[in-house]
Write a protein that binds this ligand. Sequence first.
Ligand code: ATP
Ligand code: LTN
Length: 330
Amino acid sequence: MERVLSGIKPTGKLTLGNYIGALKNFKNYQDNYETFIFIADLHALTMPIDPEELRQNSIDIVAFYLAAGLDPEKTTIFLQSDVPAHSELNTIIQNYHYMGELSRMTQFKDKSRKMNNSAIGLGIFAYPVLMSADILLYNSDYVPVGEDQTQHVELTRDFVHRFNERYKTNVFKMPKAITPKVGARIMSLSDPTKKMSKSDPKGDIFLKDDLKVIRKKIMSAVTDLDTNIYYDPENKPGISNLLTIYAALSEISIEEAEATFKDLHRYGDFKKAVADKVIEVLEPFQQRYNEIIKSNVINGILNDGAKKASLVANKTLLEVKKIVGLYVHE
Ligand code: ATP
Ligand code: LTN
């Protein structure tokens, strides 16, 4: 059976961008693929974060996974740091990743630009190496992510070519990123030329926001001076972003969303329809999340997940150790 793997890093409160670009799509795989979905807590350490916040965010993400329809009987849900093979494979394969290619990664350039040069940690630079390890340990065929992460999967693909060629092996499977047709890049509501990002909370909708706050944020989303509603991300980024949100949450195409609103010439009415849709989806989602947090299921799920993930990951790690010459005795 083909495998699917993805993760979200517990760096802050999850946004509607995370939901549309990643979270809501994960459940679509669990019936037909062997699915591994994890909490990338080691990746969260790549930027400064308070320990208690990191712990809470990690628990939150498990609850979000379940609220988004992941079934632990079908999907292996685990914490990255519970499976030491991730760190061990990272140590091995970092030697086949090049400084030049890592320094060209958009995420690294964006994050390091915002920091004082002397305080940029090695982890944010080496981020894609650990991500390669995550993907390759599970022989993943598909990696569902938002658009901003596709560059990292491309880097993994380059590495797979290089390593398999160097050792004349096929130990690493060639992974492929999958981005959603609609909503791979949800933009900020206050500046629709920028990505909605949980570590840059202006213009965000957080999944845990009060529903009234969500409505208010959408009603005051930045748009333009025109009155026509159609998709044109270059000239109408705000309206295009709202159309994308509406289409993604309604599971329809952008064209169908445009058709829904073609006779409407009042942005206020359009924004109200978008807010209604977001609330229609997030209200039951928040209820499920609250029930899960109150229940005591999370520990058990993470314990089981760690065991199941380790079995698969350790097997790959051992093969790699043999290939590079690290396996000397029984
Ligand atoms: P940070 O701002 O801390 O870098 P982030 O909001 O980009 O975080 P990640 O944990 O990096 O969140 O992303 C989790 C998943 O959500 C990834 O697959 C990512 O591509 C996707 N994602 C994040 N932001 C968006 C967005 N604005 N639109 C669509 N998908 C997104
Ligand atoms: N970098 C991803 C999180 C992540 C990931 C992965 C996603 C870490 N390892 C492996 C897919 C596959 C992000 O969402 N920022």
